[in-house]
Structure formats: structure tokens, C-alpha cells
Design a protein around this ligand. Sequence first.
Ligand code: FES
Length: 107
Amino acid sequence: MPKLVFRNTDGSEQTVEANVGASILQTALNNGLTGVLGDCGGACQCATCHVYILEPGLEQLPPMDGMEEEMLDCAASPRLAQSRLGCCVTIRDEHDGMVVQFPPTQV
Ligand code: FES
């Protein structure tokens, strides 16, 4: 079972086990983490699941599709090269150890 490291804006981290096939959003919410909101329920319609994927995990992710690309422009925090939407990224075994940084705000 891969583990993800969620980093809060104050630098503190929580390492959690993730189910393969679950999204980053589901994994965070299932573990009670509050750095993402997921207001649309994971339908790629709100951008409140914005996260930054730190290297080297970013390189292991598939490219984003058009919907994610478009919705990221609506994120409340700055969009960076490391930006992804947590509901659009599905966890795989090779993502073990990936560091997911929460942005300053989701609204
Ligand atoms: S939860 Fe709404 S866009 Fe991801």
C-alpha cells in the first residue's frame, strides 16, 4: 500500500497509507486532513482540491487532461508548475513516498 506525505503550510507533515485507485482528494479526506475541501465531491468542478506535488513525484504523474487544466485556473491559491487537482490524480503503487503540499488557501 503506497504512502503519501501531506505537507501543511506550516511545514508539518502527515504520512498516510493510500489505497491504489483512490484519488489524492479521497486519501486526504479519508484521513481527516483539512488542506483540501473537495466542494464538488471530486467532479473536477470547483478547484478546492488544489495541491502542489513536490519533486520527484510530479514526474510520475500522467499529464493532466483538459478539464483539470481549465479548472486549475480557478484555484484560489497561485497556480504553479507543481499544481494538480487532488480529485484528478489517481494513486498508483509507484506513487509511494509522494509529497503533496497543501496550498495556502482553497477559497
Ligand atoms: S473536488 Fe472539486 S475540482 Fe476536485
